[in-house]
Design a protein around this ligand. Structure first.
Ligand code: PMP
Ligand code: GLN
Length: 383
């Protein structure tokens, strides 16, 4: 293995899911739902397979899917031409990889905010570029905010790209219009390209507003917006994602993407197109149900003795293990499945500064209520 990929031989999700399976633990580590997406979407995939949609789709994605993606983005006041400004990918994961491979190389710097989703650092390394990592700021309210001064201070003449994720995994923060407006200002001032990961764009609670960075003034021409069907429609295994942006940037991503996978998931692309057109009501129900699950797990964790942080969106809530007498989240998560039969993931593995984040672990609440209740019962045994 080449040296630049040596830090990336395993993922925390593989490690913790293996421990969970071994111990027959309740897996609140890896974020995936344990119920299916809308029936109409599942039927659309079966129908597409029966109708013979089983060969390669067009490289940029099925036209009906690109049209449905562009149409759905209009709710954020953003317009994309389905032919030149939308590219379908194999999950958001491929969109992230292809975007970075297309835009940065050795000598270039990419700003990430930590904790960051694990693939960001790995893909910056794949591209041969260097990451500059800016910590999110833990606020008294238990929310993790964007520290725009720290972002500004991280910019050098070599900075080319900033990668922003909102709603944010693993903290559950939804960045505000004010925070993103400040980020946008820095991007314009330093002529940066923004890549935004918005895979949780439908999963915001308590009437919060999703603000795509690309919808802010002067950002459309410099932003690649990435999302995916997995989280909005409970189909994480289908791996249908996409990237939208100005034609020049999207053409660059397409150049990289065509030699990663060329294309993928023909019947699933067709079913996701259906879901994007027809399943808004189902998504509303998912959002409401996840908000309740967030509250259910957060309250359970607090009663079990954790220091629970704010979860404004996503599948995740972070919790401080120190009130229970533990100091290291990774050690805590390694022991948890064997000790009480629950799996979680440590936040420090998503950072360059483990000391700062050592006390936090992430739990996923995208699970059936009885599963969450069983996990809470087991977590009480820690006290
Ligand atoms: N970005 C974030 C922040 C995620 O949480 C995930 C999924 N866990 C992805 C990207 C990957 O999305 P996909 O499964 O569509 O590749
Ligand atoms: N995105 C999921 C999470 O954060 C996991 C995806 C994966 O297993 N790579 O839990």
């Amino acid at each position: 293995l080449v040296p630049r990929l040596q830090p990336f031989t395993s993922t925390i999700f593989a490690e913790m899911t293996a421990l969970a399976v071994q111990a027959d633990a309740v897996n609140l580590g890896q974020g995936f739902p344990d119920t299916d997406g809308p029936d109409g979407m599942l039927a659309a995939a079966r129908d597409a397979i029966s109708a013979g949609a089983n060969q390669y789709p067009p490289g940029p994605g099925l036209p009906e899917l690109r049209a449905a993606i562009a149409r759905r983005r209009t709710r954020f006041d953003t317009e994309f031409d389905p032919d030149s400004e939308v590219l379908v990918t194999v999950g958001a994961t491929e969109a992230i990889a292809a975007s970075l491979l297309a835009l940065v190389e050795a000598g270039d710097e990419v700003v990430l905010f930590e904790p960051y989703y694990d693939s960001y650092a790995a893909c910056v390394a794949l591209a041969g570029a260097t990451r500059r990592v800016v910590p999110l700021a833990e606020e008294a309210s238990g929310r993790f905010g964007l520290d725009v001064d720290a972002f500004r201070a991280a910019i050098t003449p070599r900075t080319k790209v900033v990668l922003v994720n909102t709603p944010h995994n693993p903290t559950g923060t939804v960045f505000s219009r004010a925070e993103l407006t400040a980020v946008a200002e820095v991007c314009r001032e330093h002529d940066l390209i923004a890549i935004t990961d918005e895979v949780y764009e439908d999963l915001l609670f308590d009437d919060r507003e999703h603000v795509p960075l690309g919808s802010l003034p002067g950002m459309a021409e410099r932003t690649l917006t990435i999302s995916s069907a997995g989280k909005s429609f409970n189909c994480t295994g289908w791996k249908i994602g996409w990237v939208c942006g100005p034609a020049g940037l999207v053409a660059a991503v397409r150049a990289a993407k065509q030699f990663l996978t060329f294309a993928g998931g023909t019947p699933f692309q067709s079913a996701v197109a259906y879901a994007l057109r027809e399943e808004d009501v189902w998504v509303e129900g998912l959002r409401a149900s996840l908000a309740d699950k967030r509250t259910r797990l957060s309250e359970g964790l607090a009663k079990a003795g954790f220091g629970v942080r704010a979860a404004e969106g996503t599948y995740f809530v972070c919790a401080d293990v120190r009130p229970l007498g533990f100091t290291d989240g990774h050690e805590f998560c390694r022991a948890l499945p064997g000790r009480i039969g629950v799996a979680a993931v440590p936040v420090q593995v998503f950072t360059d500064d483990p000391d700062r984040w050592r006390h936090l672990v992430r739990f996923a609440f995208c699970k059936r209520d009885e599963v969450l209740d069983e996990a809470i019962t087991r977590l009480h045994r820690l006290a």
